[in-house]
Design a protein around this ligand. Structure first.
Ligand SMILES: [Zn+2]
Length: 290
């Protein structure tokens, strides 16, 4: 059986992919613990896909509790080269209404206390994050999303807050004044860790509501979010299917070589234990079209 090359992390509202064939399940252990859920692999078209539910079975893990490092590591251990994150967000701009998609190209990190690197405790690396998402993978996601029938906005900054509470009105206005487009709780540190793992990473953000800056009567609440999520889940399934059915072009952005000049620790000072722990991350993903 071929390795899965396309990884999907499903967020709120997306807990499974309904159309996979030749399904297998993997329960993995990584040097950073167990991932959020078992990983289901299967085939769509000619592509092997690996699916992981970010919040775990029954949505038990808060955004602060998600084991982001274990999730990214486990998907890479299965052979994933390209990783698409499905993330529910609030909109900070009028032009991205509820029940539309945004494919962000930048991030602002307002999380606190989350593990944000694989490289610590005996090894240091500084990867580039100027473009936190793989532009080529974003293009492919955009093409698939535009065939899905709901509005799609390409580009914009995703501000990631710690949560689990939604933002205050002042915070919401502040993020707007900084030029952010959407607000969510999970794209970071996922994007950081995917870059360190040398994976292409893109985010398909599902707009479930206008954040609290908006003067509409329909303020953000879990009920509103869930109603809009359910309405968008079928579209997301179609987008993932469309993405997998097309051969993805090779990445031209160097994601698979992100660590080439990033490790600053003297090689002779890296202990065998550290090398063993980092082995799944330091390995380059197999190249080839997914
Ligand atoms: Zn890439």
């Amino acid at each position: 059986m071929d390795s899965p090359t396309l990884g999907i992390i499903g967020g709120s509202g997306l807990y499974d992919l309904s159309f996979l064939s030749e399904v297998e399940e993997f329960e993995l252990e990584t040097p950073w613990g167990r991932p959020s859920s078992r990983i289901r692999t299967g085939t769509i078209g000619g592509t092997r896909v690996a699916f992981l539910s970010r919040h775990g079975p029954g949505h038990r893990l808060s955004p602060s509790e998600v084991p982001y490092a274990a999730n990214v590591c486990a998907l890479k251990m299965l052979g994933v080269q390209r990783l698409v994150s499905i993330s529910a967000v609030g909109s900070l701009i009028q032009e991205a209404p509820p029940r539309s998609f945004v494919i962000p190209d930048q991030t602002l990190d307002r999380t606190v206390g989350r593990r944000r690197t694989f490289f610590d405790d005996g090894i240091v690396a500084h990867v580039g994050l100027a473009e936190p998402f793989c532009v080529d993978l974003c293009d492919a996601v955009a093409t698939a999303a535009q065939a899905g029938g709901l509005p799609v906005r390409v580009g914009g900054a995703y501000v990631c807050i710690e949560g689990p509470q939604f933002s205050t009105r002042f915070e919401s206005e502040l993020y707007r004044s900084w030029g952010c487009s959407v607000i969510g709780m999970t794209a970071l540190p996922e994007a950081r860790l995917a870059r360190e793992a040398q994976l292409c990473y893109a985010c398909l953000a599902m707009v479930t509501d206008y954040d609290v800056w908006h003067t509409s009567d329909e303020h953000v609440s879990v009920d509103v979010v869930i109603a809009n999520l359910l309405a968008m889940t079928a579209a997301v399934q179609n987008i993932v299917r469309a993405l997998a059915e097309q051969p993805l072009p090779p990445c031209s952005r160097g994601c698979a070589e992100a660590l080439a000049n990033a490790v600053i620790t003297s090689p002779e000072r890296i202990t065998p234990d550290v090398r063993e722990r980092l082995a799944p991350i330091l390995g380059r993903p197999a190249q080839g079209s997914a």
